[in-house]
Design a protein. Structure first.
Length: 256
């Protein structure tokens, strides 16, 4: 099944995108993404689901402007993210699998980092960073260094750092996979709420069906090399029995 085309208010567009690595006829040559069409609308929370090695991270890196396609075209808000990287300053934020906090900076100083790069005054960025730490339940820990924070708290700081720049687009690379189940579930719930309340668009990479069902208002299941096996919309009205049917479809696609 292919993704929806002609989508209104499209933020991300991959048009017949392929990505190969290595030289043709060499031992290291392989196709990571194969003629992929994918569009993501403004305000959508897309869960990009697939087994390890299916090309999720390659797609993520092309959207983030870290690598360019071998064929086809990637655009984000009408720009080529690889060739127009500077156009996305303050407009795109990434939440990584690890928290990527700077160990020599306190929690609030880590949240301020993006704002500092964007040229906000010290007073503005301190106030803005503190407001996000408070929203994520970290008041009283703003002056703690990362080594003094739990894994869940460090990832909350990472999320606060992403939201503080007020970027329209959030790219999330399995940000809760290293956390215990209960902490991850709480943070997923908070993350979805913040995305929706603030009108953000998010692409969330995961290999967990449960996580995709909790996070996404759309789930795209990839098969290797990265092509779309299933493209499923979800709403708050999607019933548990419908989700179980979706789970079975996804399990079948991943097993194929």
């Amino acid at each position: 099944m292919t993704s929806v085309t002609g989508m209104e208010n499209c933020v991300i567009s991959l048009d017949k995108v392929s990505k190969v690595f290595g030289k043709a006829n060499s031992a290291g040559f392989y196709t990571a993404v194969d003629n992929l069409d994918l569009k993501v609308a403004q305000g959508q929370m897309l869960a990009l689901l697939g087994k390890t090695g299916c090309g999720k991270s390659t797609i993520f890196n092309m959207i983030a402007g870290l690598t360019e396609p071998s064929e086809g075209r990637v655009t984000v808000s009408g720009h080529d993210p690889f060739r127009e990287f500077d156009a996305f300053r303050g407009k795109m934020a990434i939440v990584f699998q690890g928290d990527r906090l700077l160990p020599w900076r306190t929690a609030i100083e880590n949240v301020e980092l993006g704002l500092e790069i964007l040229g906000q005054s010290a007073k503005q960025r301190r106030s803005h960073a503190m407001s996000w730490l408070e929203r994520l339940g970290l008041r009283g820990h703003e002056h703690d260094y990362p080594h003094a924070l739990s894994g869940g708290m460090r990832q909350r700081v990472s999320i606060a750092r992403a939201f503080a720049t007020n970027a329209n687009l959030l790219l999330c690379d399995e940000p809760f996979s290293a956390l215990d189940e209960m902490t991850g579930k709480r943070l997923r719930t908070e993350f979805v709420k913040l995305v929706k309340e603030n009108g953000k668009t998010a692409v969330f990479i995961t290999h967990s069906i449960n996580e995709a069902l909790e996070i996404g208002d759309r789930i795209v299941v990839l098969k290797r090399p990265a092509t779309i096996a299933i493209d499923i919309p979800l709403t708050s009205e999607t019933r548990d029995d419908a989700k179980e049917a979706i789970r079975s479809r996804i399990q079948g696609a991943l097993a194929a």
